[in-house]
Design a protein around this ligand. Structure first.
Ligand SMILES: Cc1ncc(COP(=O)(O)O)c(C=O)c1O
Length: 419
């Protein structure tokens, strides 16, 4: 129940993948059925399910009126904008992104920025540029499911580094790299990390860890990919940790407007080290010829003079949702359960009482009207059967409270049934 079933079986020669009468390329094994397909039946078990799986902004925080106005302004440009062009993206938008990144201490010359079809495309372009089949990618355990799907599609191997309350455990990574080298394996090429308000744990890497990680990566010649969709969604006071890119301009940085404006726009970006601008731009050209030229105008006209105020309102709303979730977990989860207390982002990561597997809770929870994502989905080898991810961004506080009451009841009944 917790692992997405594999789409296709490898043929005995491992060169093609057979599904029905089709012979797909070997890499098609990485295109399993979307794990989201597994979620559908869980919804059907209750007339009013509460879904904690949606890592999107609250619908009521999508600035529709502003987007509508911005669209009118974007269309004023239309005659010049509707041909091919702009592989790296609409220059004024790159200027705006560069200024916002600079304000957060990052080196981000607009010439080193490439606008992408969401940050998901940035992950894909990096993977297609760097990974041969069998190359090793270092990821946090757990990590963002969508990135793992990309790396799987390029037939990556993994080093999965554990995390603690200060983020990726760099000391363990050091040992893992030494073991990897001792085995004579090809050195890892990429390290993909979400250091700030991580998906799925909500955790953040401490400043010290960030610096040690950068040193270690330099020592081993590993390219760091910093995925940062949630860095501007910070709910607690105090100084934020610097982005990895602010500490080292050699880091590839991925940003997005999906969480700060709306995911349906599909506008994200990459900030690159200078020598990667040309190969990434060419890879983007090969993938889809050039950037779309209308939505990035809409995003530019929406964001300019508006985004900071909008983010203040969004942070206030998300802080209330995060707090409602933490209070409800305290009140309703049985003793022995543990969870993270994120300072920002959209997610809380729950560990069930010792020995209780999440696949025993999914159906009782769905029957009680609460649906969430199993933690195993966030590991390349689905190794962790005892955790689950809760997103709080898209649910009003009263639904969060009711959902966690239902979840707590389902967990307690499962435990009671076992004794
Ligand atoms: C860590 C992480 N990276 C990338 C994405 C995808 O973002 P985009 O909509 O910009 O492609 C998400 C979305 O959930 C995410 O959580």
């Amino acid at each position: 129940m917790t692992a997405a079933p594999s789409l296709a079986t490898l043929a005995p020669d491992s060169l093609t993948v057979r599904r029905g009468t089709r012979s797909f390329a070997r890499r098609a094994a990485g295109f399993g059925p979307s794990p989201w397909a597994e979620v559908g039946p869980w919804f059907d078990r209750h007339p009013d399910p509460i879904f904690f799986g949606n890592g999107a902004p609250a619908p009521e925080l999508v600035p529709v009126a502003r987007l509508r106005e911005a669209t009118t302004r974007a269309w004023a440009d239309a005659p010049g904008a509707l041909g091919y062009g702009d592989v790296a993206g609409y220059p004024p938008l790159r200027g705006l992104i560069g200024a916002r990144m600079a304000a957060r201490g990052m080196v981000a010359d607009p010439e080193t920025l490439v606008v992408t079809n969401g940050s998901q495309q940035g992950i894909d372009l990096i993977a297609r540029l760097f990974l041969d089949p069998g190359d090793t990618v270092i990821v946090e355990g757990p990590s963002y499911l969508g990135a793992l799907q990309v790396f799987d599609a390029y037939e990556a191997a993994y080093l999965v580094v554990p995390m603690d309350d200060q983020g990726l455990d760099v000391a363990t990574l050091r040992t893992m790299l030494a073991d990897h080298a001792r085995r004579g394996a090809r050195p890892p090429k990429l390290l993909y990390t979400i250091p700030t308000f991580q998906n799925p744990t909500g955790g953040s890497m401490s400043r010290e860890r960030r610096e040690t990680l950068l040193e270690l990566a330099r020592l081993h010649g590993i390219v760091i990919v910093e995925d940062d969709p949630y860095g501007e969604l910070r709910y607690d006071t105090g100084a934020p940790e610097p982005a990895l890119r602010a500490l080292d301009p050699e880091v590839i940085y991925l940003g997005t407007f999906s969480k700060t404006i709306a995911p349906g726009l599909r506008v994200g970006w990459m900030a690159l080290p200078e020598d990667l601008v040309e190969p990434v731009t060419t890879a983007k050209e090969v993938a889809d010829i050039n950037n779309e030229r209308m939505t990035s105008r809409v995003v530019f006209h929406t964001a300019r003079g508006f985004l900071d105020g909008h983010l203040d309102r969004a942070r206030t709303a998300y802080r209330a949702r995060r707090d409602a979730l933490l209070v409800a977990l305290d009140e309703h989860l049985p003793s022995g359960s543990k969870w993270t207390r994120p300072g920002g982002g959209f997610f809380v990561w729950v560990t069930l009482p010792p020995g209780l597997r999440v696949d025993r809770v999914i159906v009782p929870a769905a029957d009680a009207g609460v649906v969430f994502l199993p933690g195993a989905w966030f590991y390349p080898d689905k190794r962790d059967p005892f955790t689950l991810r809760l997103s709080f961004s898209a649910l009003p506080p009263d639904r969060i409270g009711e959902g966690i009451r239902r979840l707590g009841g389902a967990i307690s009944r499962t435990i009671d049934a076992a004794v």
